[in-house]
Design a protein around this ligand. Sequence first.
Ligand code: PMV
Length: 311
Amino acid sequence: MVIERHYTACAKTILVGEHAVVYGAQAVAMPLHEMRLELSVRQESQQGNQRPLLQIELGGQPVSPQLVEAAREAARLLDIPNPGLKISGTSSILIGAGLGSSAALCVALLRALAGVYGREISDQDLARLANRLEQAFHGTPSGLDTNVVAHERVICFSRQEGAREVAVSGNWQFALIDSGERCATNVMVEHVAPWFRQAETSQRRIARFDDLATIAVRSLESGDQHGLAGVMNDASKLLSEAGAMTPLLHELRDAAIASGALATKLTGAGGGGCLLALLPEESAKDVCARLDHHLGARPLIPVTLKGISQI
Ligand code: PMV
């Protein structure tokens, strides 16, 4: 009998610190539990001396050779010599929109291989190995995405300190607005690099993002909506200066603020993708309804973040 097993990984959104995290600043990110990638995995038996097969399809389509190679690399990292698996995946994660679709794929692949071949793996190791795999998709990722996806917790992350959980208080309401524009993460990382590396201002800019992340953690832990709103709006200005915003993202930001959002910022690498809006908890539904009206056909995804005592 062929047994089919299922492994999943969630999406994520970055509250503050994208790009700056590449240069050593802290960043804060949260999981999007409802938006997930799911892999269904069947183990293929080896016939005669035939090489076992690693077949992957996503959304019913065979994946690129680069992705099959990433899966082989996942097997090597877990010390699985000849994986023989048929993997088919479905995902509700918007692709290339700054929501961690590639991190989710790397984490889910490792979970699947570890699960089928009986390898114990901690969330910390999962994040570390997934980050190695992510290099196939975007150069030298900081580790932020794979950590938040592997831990499925709100985290504060830096390259030096790794991830620590943020003890969130109260309920928080957000909305994600998909601009429909797309730009690859590595392209955007290169695009904003001169702003972060400029000799006279580099340290000050990175330190400013680091401070914003500290304030974000404090605000989330004390349930201070206006504190987090200030952080997101300041980060938005800086990311705009760095060149990560697009005219359309600016338009969507104006629409969100005019509809009553407390703050917005792009989330992820930018150059398009999603805008994250923080909504006033007491009137989130009304703000969403107004914003939806402004946006027309453009997707609006409400997101609730529950404090630790509410889970
Ligand atoms: O791939 P994205 O769009 O989720 O962005 C990743 C976050 C960056 O800070 C831009 C890159 C990184 O490696 O941390």
